[in-house]
Design a protein around this ligand. Structure first.
Ligand code: UDX
Length: 459
């Protein structure tokens, strides 16, 4: 008991500095992780670029420090996400170093800075940690499979990557990891190969130097990728579970959540509603918006559809929806600009999730036992779709934004026996994840090991 008390005292005296990457799909898991470690007794400082600043008022116990990011007013000038990532990694290094130097100067022995916990995309943070002789912990908010893919061929350009895949003697049909690598190779074609190349190399370098790696995943759902990650990096990898299941639901949404959809859901029959959301980044064109609308109108199921501002680039999406669409769906459809997604997925009325397969959405769906209709757009979303449809077998793929195909796919998921089988498997998967979070489970143990590891950094 004395040991336990001493440990608690030590934890209170340990402060963790978090460095956020300013995108919704990264802010959510990082603030969840900070909340988990805060509940383990650590104090928390959140350092974030000014762009997409999180709402600090929902986290009164954390200290938030914005740093200058020097991004231009309009992000459109970058052309793609990698341009923003690269600019952030260059522009934030000075401000982060200065900020932490000041913290160290003013350090109170009762409140010592223990380490820098950074989103692996903000890889410059490891250089700052090295420079200041502090331990760095890299957090991969996406699937472990992407960390493996980054590391296995960080310096190959697009052509080299593809030849590498072709040269792999593995049978593409049966070998999961080569399949996942192919998914990433495919998505790369849609992005400047150079930006992706630079990011893969830089993330891999930083993870090679970090003191620990935290992954937002569970051992059994990504066993093969995790084994490879452990082989490729010397730092211990902690798989503490889907972060959102270890914290109370606190909103970290950048857009205002419209909770009227919850009262609408409460009026629907159990498992009848198809929830549709493509996350915070993906965009579609006007034709795809209309095909989606008519697919939903024709499928006959009640639907909750998130049409966020910017879903169709440069348009007010809601104005694009024809009046006869609204008339034909009436009360059967509910459209919001942004939903309290975790609450939505936990509602009994929801029976399926048509998703872009962002990693957060994927984890949130499987943790509620909701089968998915997958329509990935880019990057890890293709890998995640592979997991959902072909590895865990809890979803099916939508091939095309075409109203007839959409209608058919939704019916398969929501009413056919095929969908029923997926729902059973999803329930089973949910239960297995819950077990791993309970005392003695793999995530539970990993979290305790992580807390011990952090305490060993600066005793
Ligand atoms: C991005 C990438 O696109 C994704 O591939 C990567 O895995 C993470 O970073 P994003 O596209 O926004 O994320 O998708 P996702 O990972 O699913 O994260 C979206 C988050 O926003 C989820 O936590 C979800 O609960 C939340 N959300 C989404 C809402 O709260 N309300 C909504 O209406 C829609």
């Amino acid at each position: 008991n004395r040991n336990k008390m001493e440990r608690q005292e030590q934890q209170k005296a340990s402060r963790l500095v978090f460095v956020l990457y300013p995108s919704q799909g990264h802010i959510n898991p990082m603030l969840q992780l900070a909340t988990i470690l805060h509940s383990k007794g650590f104090s928390i400082t959140i350092i974030h670029p000014k762009f997409n600043s999180p709402n600090s008022s929902n986290y009164p116990e954390f200290t938030f420090i914005p740093i200058s990011d020097n991004l231009p007013e309009s992000q459109d000038s970058f052309g793609d996400i990698f341009g923003i990532v690269s600019a952030l990694n260059k522009n934030c290094e000075g401000p982060l170093t200065e900020c932490i130097q000041q913290m160290l100067k003013a350090e109170d022995p009762q409140d010592r800075l223990s380490c820098i916990v950074y989103d692996s995309v903000m890889h410059f943070s490891q250089s700052v940690a090295d420079h200041l002789k502090l331990p760095g912990i890299s957090v991969r908010t996406g699937p472990a499979a992407t960390m493996f893919a980054f590391a296995v061929c960080p310096r190959l350009d697009e052509q080299g990557y593809i030849s590498f895949l072709e040269s792999m003697s593995l049978d593409g049909k049966s070998d999961l990891l080569s399949l996942l690598l192919k998914e990433l190779a495919f998505s790369m074609k849609k992005f400047t190969a150079h930006g992706f190349l630079e990011l893969r190399a830089a993330v891999t370098d930083s993870v090679q130097r970090c003191s620990a790696l935290i992954l937002n995943t569970v051992d059994f759902i990504e066993q093969e990728a995790l084994t490879k990650v452990q082989e490729l990096f010397s730092a211990s990898a902690f798989t503490i579970g889907p972060f959102h299941k270890l914290t109370p639901t606190i909103s970290s949404s950048l857009l205002k959540e419209d909770s009227h959809c919850i009262s609408w859901l409460n009026k629907q029959a159990p498992k009848s509603v198809i929830y549709v959301s493509f996350g915070s980044v993906a965009s579609i064109d006007e034709k795809e918006l209309l095909e989606t609308a008519w697919g939903l109108a024709n499928c006959g199921q009640p639907f909750l559809w998130v049409v966020r501002p910017g879903l169709v680039r440069g348009s007010n999406c809601l104005e694009l929806l024809p009046i006869n669409f609204q008339d034909s769906v009436g009360e059967r459809g509910c459209i919001v600009e942004w939903a309290p997604q975790k609450e939505v997925l936990a509602n009994d009325a929801v029976g399926g999730f048509w998703s872009h397969c962002g990693w957060n959405s994927t984890l949130e769906s499987i943790c509620e036992g909701i089968p998915m209709l997958c329509r990935p757009f880019f990057g890890d979303q293709n890998v995640n779709r592979r997991y959902v449809c072909d590895v865990w077998n809890v979803g099916l793929e939508l091939e095309e934004f075409e109203r007839g195909k959409i209608e058919k796919a939704i019916k398969t998921l929501m009413v056919d026996t095929e969908g029923e089988e997926m729902r059973k498997k999803a329930t089973h998967l949910k239960e297995k994840v819950e077990l791993s979070l309970k005392e003695g489970g793999s995530c539970y143990n990993s979290l305790n090991d992580l807390a011990e590891k952090i305490l060993s950094f600066r005793p």
